[in-house]
Each structure stands twice: as C-alpha cells, then as structure tokens.
Design a protein around this ligand. Structure first.
Ligand code: CDP
Length: 234
C-alpha cells in the first residue's frame, strides 16, 4: 500500500514559530510579522501568565497540581485585538508583572499544566496562517511549522527592553532586579525536564542584541518569503 502524501487541513495552514528567552523581543517581532502577513497571532506565554494570575486571584496552593490543572483547563479567556480578558475582565497589563512572569515560569515546568494548554494553542492555527511566540512552539506545539526562529539577545539588553516595556505600561521596575529575575527565569526555563527552552536543530538563530525591531521583523519576513519560494520551486 502506498503511503498517503495528502496534507491534513492543519498542515496546509502555515505556521511561523518564534521561540526564545524572556524579554528577547520575540512577542513584538511576532506581532509585527503577523500583522505584515495578515496572519493570526498567538502569545503562548500569555496563557501561562493567565494561569498564574488566576492562581494568585484564587489564592491557590501552588503545590496542588490538580487544582492548577483545573485552573489551566478551565481558563475563561478571550483574546481580542491586543487585549486579553479573563473571566470577562480586561487583564492585558495585569498579567505583565514580574510576579506573574515568575509564577508562570514555575507553573510552566509542570507537565500536566502544559498538556492542558495544548489544544487551546493548536486551535489558533487558522487560515491564512499563524505566527506564534513562546518557548516550545517549534519543538512541541507546532513541530511542522514552515519557519522556526530562535530569537535571543544579551541578558543586559533584554533587561533594558523589559524595563522600558514595563515603564511604558506604568508598571514600576528596577533594572538590576529585572536582570536578576530574567537570568533566573532563563535558567529555570532552559533546565526544566518538560519542553525546555532550547533552539531546535531546524530553527534559525536570530540574535537581536544589536538589531532594531524593524530589522528583526524584516529578517523573519525575508526567511519566510525564502521558504515559500523554495516550496514553489519544488
Ligand atoms: O514575556 P516573557 O518572554 O518574559 O515571558 P512569556 O513569554 O510571557 O512567558 C512567561 C513564562 O511562561 C516563561 O518564563 C515560561 O516559563 C512560560 N512559557 C512556557 O513555558 N512555554 C511557552 N510556550 C510560553 C511561555
């Protein structure tokens, strides 16, 4: 019997994954690339931050895995343009605090919490395409992505970027403690057993330490267009 070469409905929908460490700018670049291509956008980190926020709101016992999985599986979330609603309340900025980020990173090391968020993430794969950012988008959630990017930058540059981002949102911040928190989070995200932060072998490295957002965005777009040109020639 011949093996079928037919693509499934999902496989036809192109996905660009942008994974990388905390505050590397991957969210901004992913959003801009999505806008440029008219694709959908998924900020997977927001889901982990939402689980963290809801756990804080409910004063959940963070050692109680069952309770946390319950929270993750039943999140009532709406993504609308650039806003995020949890239980009908706008939490766009509330999930961006370092407290939420740090708790998100702790919860994200739990396999069953990750599993309970998989279907929700894959549901974002819709026509005409998806750009997504996170830690395991290319390795676990969308392994058949047409383009995988590992976007990074030096820790000091990332701390400065995160500082600017928080201050612009009116959230107070201290650059030294931010850098310390970012390094701690990198270490936890890279060394966990499940879906660790890593550059997949088939991902392209984009070091943005000395690149502007526009330059980074254009590099991803060039790579994507080159992938398409290659596919068309085949
Ligand atoms: O904005 P930042 O890059 O600092 O973090 P984020 O993308 O909002 O993600 C917050 C935390 O969620 C990360 O530190 C990861 O531990 C976790 N995360 C994950 O494990 N897998 C993802 N696909 C996305 C985020």
């Amino acid at each position: 019997m011949r093996e079928s070469t037919m693509m499934t409905h999902d496989e036809i929908i192109p996905v660009i994954t942008i994974d990388g460490p905390s505050a590397s700018g991957k969210g901004t670049v992913a959003q801009r690339v999505a806008k440029e291509l008219g694709f959908h956008y998924l900020d997977s980190g927001a889901l982990y931050r939402l689980v963290a926020l809801k756990s804080l709101q409910e004063d959940a016992d963070i050692t109680d895995e069952g309770a946390l999985v319950e929270i993750a599986a039943n999140l009532d979330v709406v993504f609308e343009n650039s806003d995020i609603y949890l239980d009908g309340k706008q939490v766009t900025d509330a999930i961006r605090t370092e407290q939420c980020g740090a708790l998100a990173s702790r919860l994200a090391s739990c396999q069953s919490i990750r599993e309970s968020l998989i279907a929700r993430q894959r549901a974002f794969r819709q026509l005409p395409g998806l750009v997504t950012d996170g830690r395991d988008m290319g390795s676990v959630i969308f392994p058949d992505a047409v383009l995988k990017v590992y976007l990074t930058a030096g820790a000091d540059v990332r701390a400065q970027r995160r500082y600017k981002q928080l201050i612009e949102k009116g959230i107070s911040a201290n650059i030294d403690s931010l850098q310390e928190e970012i390094c701690k989070r990198d270490e936890r995200d890279s060394n966990r057993k499940v879906a660790p932060l890593q550059k997949c072998l088939d991902a392209r490295l984009l070091d943005t330490t000395s690149l502007s957002i526009l330059q980074a965005q254009n590099r991803v777009l060039e790579w994507y267009r080159a992938c398409n040109a290659t596919e068309e020639r085949i």
